[in-house]
Design a protein around this ligand. Sequence first.
Ligand code: FES
Length: 112
Amino acid sequence: MTQAEHEWVELIALDELPTDGTGRALELAGEQLAVFLHEGEVRVLGGVCPHQGALLGDGVISRGEVTCPFHGWHFDLTTGASGDGLEECVPVHEARVSDSGVVEVLAPPKSA
Ligand code: FES
């Protein structure tokens, strides 16, 4: 039996994140992520909109939600839940900023 472990993975320098309400679409190990700096905190969501696959990192933040750039669905930056009352949501990834100013995300455990 293999013990699965989480690990922190470097994503992007904190000072490379936009501060104008836009985000960054990044890929980590084949998974799209949407990364935002909102009210001084880093938020990392699954980067693909469950509607028709737009990159949420290309969206814009308003009132704690990201607005999908294609058709305007909204997702909460903290919970990933739909702000439109829909069942669809996006995953939220735990993130932190290292002492050297690099955004790190807690990667899912590798399956054995
Ligand atoms: S692809 Fe995101 S709302 Fe349509």
